[in-house]
Write a protein that binds this ligand. Structure first.
Ligand code: F0G
Length: 459
């Protein structure tokens, strides 16, 4: 028998109260935060969809493992468990623990990148791009054409455009392509999955041209679910076996454990090549920590080791993907322009379609983010021209390729009634959408401006 209610495959042992605020109070909070939800206090938020990163609820088994952790500086038992769990997933011989994903990125891309080098990816996540550009290299996004069609049911819109890759390798010169990065799932491209077929093609081309193939594996379990569902070859494989197979195609793997390892902090870099591992290890020791803890405490490593097992549990992954889809479908039914199909960790909304009257230079996505907070205390994030916009020499905005708002769903944190509340808030927002106002930026830093930019609402 198939029931419609989503069965959360856990019961709640410890609760965290959500402070409830009124719309008037939130109006004040928003003004004080310069209309940037990153600058809000978390206790001013009712439903926090800012990120699925580091926001997972840990299991009783993870907490128990943490109590048993070994905090020795070198050769800790907890490092052993961590290393085994990561090796079981990636199959790679060299494993470098880092405090989070971007530390692994800085070490790897800092080693590989310099002026004149290129990185090619289905879509570089913002920290990935920032680390590459910081090294002097260029980051070039080559998603497949289907990724720009937000309506079709095509199941692997996260794929990398292999024809474009074939064209760009000789154009830049294979020796100048520092790496090809496949981000699974493709976070900045709408959270869409990447097929095994695509990963195999990318792997083959990288091997033929002697280019390093890097997997950004932070949501690899969610990606495995979609491969299981949509690539017939894999529908009798376990989710873990699918993820292992994908890793087996790559030369290196960076992972922010704050996503699919179900922890609040952690990450790693794993490599097959000894010479590259040696140079990265130097940087690791200088900037993160000794080789058997990187930036992590023993308890963090224990939590990752357990999380990497739990995330591949079919009951968990079924619940996870079903609940994200539930929100996406409910919003679509209300007429909210959501990206289809719904990805694993988040629902993405096309803000320029939702608010066609707000010009891109006035950031329709930021406007939606502010209204969601105002009306329902929901914190979300703009993934559009605030996050990725650049300026030309005359200071005119070069917009991002897409104007999205992301509702990222923390793992094991909210229940179906929280999600139903979010749907009701959207129903309210849809009613008054013609009144939504644009914003202008009154302060911004050079890198990753969306974190600290300040805005003013336009009348
Ligand atoms: N790669 C991808 C695809 C990511 O989504 C993130 C983080 C990182 C790398 C960097 O990892 O945060 O541990 O340093 N994404 C978060 C998000 C911040 O909200 O999507 P980190």
């Amino acid at each position: 028998m198939k029931f419609n209610t989503i069965f959360e495959p856990f019961r709640i042992k410890s609760v965290e109260p959500i402070p409830v605020s009124t719309q008037e109070e939130r109006e004040e909070y928003l003004k004080a935060a310069f209309y940037n939800p990153f600058l809000l206090q978390s206790d001013q938020v009712l439903i926090d969809f800012l990120t699925d990163s580091g926001t997972s609820a840990m299991s009783s088994n993870q907490w128990a493992a943490m109590m048993n952790a070994d905090e020795s500086y070198a050769g800790a038992r907890s490092w052993d468990r961590f290393e085994k769990a990561v090796r079981n997933l990636t199959g790679m011989p060299y494993i470098l623990p880092t405090h989070q994903g971007r530390a692994a990125e800085r070490i790897l891309y800092g080693s590989l990148g310099s002026k004149g080098k290129y990185f090619l990816s289905n879509t570089h996540f913002d920290t990935t791009r920032a680390n590459i550009e910081f090294s002097g290299a260029k980051a070039v996004d080559i998603p497949i054409a289907e990724s720009k069609d937000f309506i079709s049911e095509y199941p692997f819109k996260g794929n990398l455009d292999v024809d474009k890759l074939k064209e760009l390798i000789p154009k830049y010169g294979a020796e100048n392509v520092a790496a090809v990065i496949l981000t699974v799932t493709n976070n900045s491209g709408g959270g869409q999955p990447v097929s095994m077929a695509n990963a195999r093609e990318v792997s083959r081309l990288c091997k033929a041209n002697n280019i390093l193939f890097v997997l950004d594996a932070c949501r690899i379990a969610e990606n495995a679910y979609f491969i299981w569902k949509h690539e017939p070859e894999f529908n009798s494989h376990s989710f873990l076996a699918i993820a292992q197979e994908m890793c087996s195609l790559a030369d290196a793997c960076v992972m922010s454990a704050k996503k699919d390892a179900l922890v609040n902090m952690g990450g790693f870099l794993s490599l097959r090549d000894k010479a590259l591992a040696d140079s990265c290890t130097q940087l690791l020791i200088i900037t993160e920590g000794y080789t058997t803890y990187g930036g992590l405490s023993g308890r963090d490593m224990e939590a990752v080791a357990v999380g990497l097992e739990e995330v591949f549990d079919p009951a968990y992954l079924n619940y996870r993907i079903r609940s994200t889809t539930y929100l996406g479908k409910a919003l679509r039914a209300l007429g909210v322009p959501v990206i289809y199909p719904i990805g694993g960790h988040a629902v993405y909304i096309e803000s320029n379609k939702m608010y066609p009257h707000i010009p891109i230079e006035q950031y329709p996505g930021q406007s939606l983010v502010c209204n969601l907070y105002r009306v329902g205390g929901i914190r979300s994030v703009e993934v559009g021209s605030v996050m990725f916009g650049k300026y030309d020499e005359r200071g005119k905005l070069i917009p991002s390729a897409m104007e999205l708002v992301r509702l990222a769903i923390p793992r094991r944190v909210y229940t179906q009634s929280h999600i139903d509340y979010v749907v009701e808030v959207f129903a309210e927002i849809i009613k008054t959408k013609s009144l939504a106002r644009g914003l202008k930026i009154i302060y911004e830093p050079t890198f990753l401006r969306h974190f600290t930019a300040r805005f003013e609402e336009l009348s």
